[in-house]
Design a protein around this ligand. Structure first.
Ligand code: SIN
Ligand code: FE
Length: 316
C-alpha cells in the first residue's frame, strides 16, 4: 500500500527530509551517458545513446551551455519570480506566467526563455529525428529559486526520489521528455540524485499500490480535480510517485547516485521514467516535450509498456 506513513516510526512524510547522505552505488554510474557536443545544432544520436535515453538514463552534455545575451545576467535573481508561483513559464502563446517586474524586464525574460525553448526543441529534433513530427512542446520553465530552502509538502517535495506524474492532468502514457540547462552564474552545480531503473521502481511499489477504481476516476473528473478521466496508467504512475516520496526508508536505501550538473551544462531525460530528485542548485531552464509512447524508437521501453507487462493488463 502506498500509505502516506513512513515505515520508520515518527517520520511522517511531511515532517522531515533525509537524515544523512545516502551512499552512492557504484553500479549506478551507468545511469549517466555523457555526450561532448557544444552546439545546439546536432546530428542524430547514435543508436546506443537513443537506447540509453529510452531506457531511462540521463544524457549529460557538459559542454552544451545556454548562452545569455548581453544584459540578461540581470535576470538571474529570484526577485523576478512571483512568490506565489513555483516557476516562471512561457507558453506557446508567448504568455509569460509567474514573473514580476517592469515591462522591459518581462520582455527580456520572455526573450531569454523563448530562446531556450527554440534551442531545446531544435536539439531534440536533430538528435531524435523520429520524434520530430510527434512531439509537442509544453510551456518552458525558468527556475530562479534556490532549491534547498524551498519548504514543501512531502508530495510536492522534489528533493525526494520520484518519477514525474501529475495528479490533475492524466496523460494516458504520453511521455515526458525534459531538457534542462544549468545557467547559474556563480559556479553552483545543480545536484540531483538518480535512482534505480523504472522496472525496479515498479516491481517495488506495484505490490503496494491501491487498486484502480473507475468509479473514483469518474468522480475526480466530475469534480474537475482531473482535466480528463484518470486512466489506470495515470493512477499507477501517481501510486509510484507517492509511494516513492512517502517512503523515507526507500529514499535512504534505494540504489542511487548523486550527480552534479555543472553550470554551463545541459542534460536530458524522460522524467516519467528516470527516478530523480533535486537536492540543491539555483537558476535553471527546463523544456518539457510530450511524446506519444508509440513514437519511441523502442516501444517496449516506455513506462506504459513496462507497467502493462508487469500487471498483465492494458492500462489505458
Ligand atoms: C524535478 O523534476 O523533480 C525537479 C528538477 C529540478 O528542479 O532540477
Ligand atoms: Fe520531477
Amino acid at each position: 500500500m502506498a500509505t502516506p506513513e513512513s515505515r520508520r516510526a515518527g517520520n511522517a512524510p511531511g515532517s522531515q527530509s533525509l537524515q544523512q547522505e545516502p551512499a552512492d552505488n557504484a553500479a549506478m554510474a551507468g545511469q549517466i551517458v555523457t555526450l561532448w557536443q557544444s552546439g545546439w545544432e546536432s546530428g542524430a544520436l547514435a543508436p546506443g545513446a537513443i537506447a540509453a535515453l529510452e531506457a531511462g538514463k540521463v544524457l549529460y552534455l557538459p559542454h552544451l551551455a545556454f548562452a545569455l545575451a548581453p544584459g540578461e545576467a540581470r535576470l538571474l535573481t529570484p526577485a523576478v519570480r512571483n512568490p506565489k508561483a513555483r516557476n516562471i513559464s512561457l507558453g506557446a502563446d508567448a504568455l509569460l506566467k509567474g514573473a514580476v517586474g517592469d515591462a522591459a524586464t518581462l520582455a527580456e525574460l520572455a526573450g531569454m526563455i523563448g530562446r531556450f525553448r527554440r534551442q531545446a526543441a531544435q536539439l531534440i529534433e536533430a538528435m531524435l529525428p523520429q520524434y520530430r513530427d510527434a512531439m509537442r512542446l509544453a510551456p518552458t520553465s525558468y527556475r530562479p529559486a534556490k532549491v534547498e530552502t524551498r519548504a514543501q509538502s512531502w508530495r510536492a517535495d522534489d528533493r525526494r526520489l520520484h518519477v514525474d506524474a501529475f495528479p490533475s492532468r492524466p496523460n494516458y502514457g504520453e511521455r515526458i521528455l525534459r531538457v534542462f540547462s544549468n545557467i547559474n552564474p556563480e559556479g553552483v552545480p545543480r545536484i540531483w540524485r538518480i535512482g534505480e531503473p523504472f522496472e525496479a521502481v515498479a516491481r517495488h511499489f506495484l505490490p503496494r499500490a491501491k487498486a484502480y477504481s473507475g468509479w473514483q476516476a469518474r468522480c475526480l473528473q466530475a469534480l474537475r480535480i482531473t482535466k480528463s478521466l484518470r486512466s489506470e496508467y495515470d493512477h499507477l504512475m501517481l501510486q509510484l510517485h507517492d509511494g516513492m516520496k512517502s517512503d523515507l526508508d526507500y529514499q535512504q536505501d534505494a540504489q542511487q547516485m548523486t550527480m552534479a550538473f555543472a553550470p554551463g551544462s545541459t542534460w536530458i531525460c524522460f522524467s516519467d521514467q528516470t527516478s530523480h530528485a533535486v537536492m540543491s542548485g539555483q537558476f535553471m531552464l527546463e523544456q518539457t516535450l510530450h511524446l506519444p509512447a508509440l513514437a519511441q524508437y523502442d516501444r517496449s521501453a516506455s513506462p506504459l509498456a513496462i507497467l502493462s507487462r508487469l500487471t498483465g493488463r492494458a492500462l489505458i
